[in-house]
Design a protein around this ligand. Structure first.
Ligand code: PMP
Length: 354
């Protein structure tokens, strides 16, 4: 810590992103990126936009907003974009939590939530998942605060039905529920249509996974116009140009190239099913994944060992050094060829171990 850092950040423990080692070429299955490149149409629009980079980007992302509003059947006033969904989540912690309104979220969920809470100086309460790693929304009943739910959850990959989330939203109109749907396009049920019915629901999605734009940094938020205006207030007090012109253009292309999106998400789901089955044959148990990653444990080998042995063999997966997660590894669903290599290596690791 340097001498000049504000006392506010004395104890801030920053988020640790998935490693990106440069020592050799790895099969990267540790950050839930897409194995597919961005849509060719998205790339064409981004290239066109690059020709006008002498100009600031449009702070309202007007074309992108209109495209997303049409695509999802909501009004333009119900949509906001951010520099990745992380930024919108950060804005939500800033805008909708304070000392009397703590952030409420699961004890096992996206690791950035506690960091957003700490950075924004808001209290938090972690609510334990059940023994089987599922969320019991009954545990949130009557609790005061702003609820953050990753659905499907990370790193468990398990999804809640939309009807259960709706019950939570409907139960207390005075409490905001934020649903982080980063992985919803791989088999989850979105609550996005419910923003027309409830004014205490904020849905956040990303272009990083199902739309292959992780490096472009683009996230979108959907809610009633009051909530969107509150988020805009934060955005305009921080960086009105948070979405760069090339990324905004790529976002339009990614949304309009429906065929490409469908083909890729279906391919991931098929590869996921194949991988889960193949891993089952060699002693792994996987949670019921509705995401583009698999959360798996082996009956004999701890997660840390699987992680290290795969890394030695040039395959990166994610391991979490947290008590209940120690048996597990989180593995991104990559291409068919990558998953074949993964399973081949896992087989050898299992055989070595027994
Ligand atoms: N939510 C969850 C649950 C995530 O796992 C991630 C990706 N790490 C994000 C949000 C953020 O994604 P991005 O900022 O790339 O949109």
């Amino acid at each position: 810590m340097g001498r000049f850092i504000s006392k506010r950040f004395d104890c801030l423990k920053e988020y640790v992103p998935g490693e990106q080692p440069q020592d050799r070429k790895y099969i990267k299955l540790n950050t839930n990126e897409s194995p597919f490149p961005p849509s060719p149409y998205a790339l064409r629009l981004a290239r066109q936009a690059a020709g006008n980079l002498q100009l600031y980007s449009d702070p309202d992302c007007s074309l992108l907003t209109k495209t997303a509003a049409d695509y999802y059947g909501v009004s333009d006033a119900s949509v906001i974009f951010g520099n990745g969904s992380d930024e919108l989540l950060d804005f939500a912690f800033a805008a909708f939590c304070d000392k009397d309104t703590p952030a409420l979220f699961a004890d096992i969920t996206y690791g950035f939530y506690p960091v957003f809470a700490a950075k924004n100086g808001v209290p938090l309460e972690e609510i334990p998942l059940k023994e089987d790693l599922t969320v019991d929304l009954g545990d949130y009943k009557g609790k005061k605060g702003t609820v953050f739910i990753a659905n499907p959850n990370a790193p468990t990959a398990i999804a809640l039905p939309a009807s259960e989330i709706e019950k939570l939203v409907a139960e207390d109109p005075g409490r905001l529920v934020v649903v982080d749907e980063a992985y919803v396009d791989f088999g989850g049920e979105s609550v996005l249509p419910l923003i027309k019915k409830y004014d205490n629901l904020l849905v956040i999605q990303t272009f990083s996974k199902s739309r292959s734009l992780a490096g472009g940094r683009l996230g979108m938020g959907f809610a009633c116009s009051d909530i969107i205006n509150d988020l805009r207030k934060i955005k305009y007090s921080f960086n009105p140009y948070n979405v760069n012109a090339m990324t905004a253009a790529a976002g339009v292309g990614a949304l309009l190239d429906v065929e490409y999106f469908r083909t890729n998400t279906e391919a991931i789901k098929k590869t996921r099913a194949w991988t889960v089955e193949a891993m089952g044959d060699i002693g792994f148990t996987c949670t019921d994944s509705k995401a583009n990653f698999i959360f798996a444990r082996h009956r004999k080998i701890p997660g840390s060992e699987i992680y290290l042995k795969l890394k030695e063999r040039g395959i990166l997966v994610r391991y979490f050094d947290k008590e209940r997660l120690k048996p597990y590894v989180r593995i991104t669903v990559g291409s068919v060829e990558e998953m074949r290599k993964l399973v081949g290596n896992l087989k050898e690791i299992v055989e070595e171990g027994s």
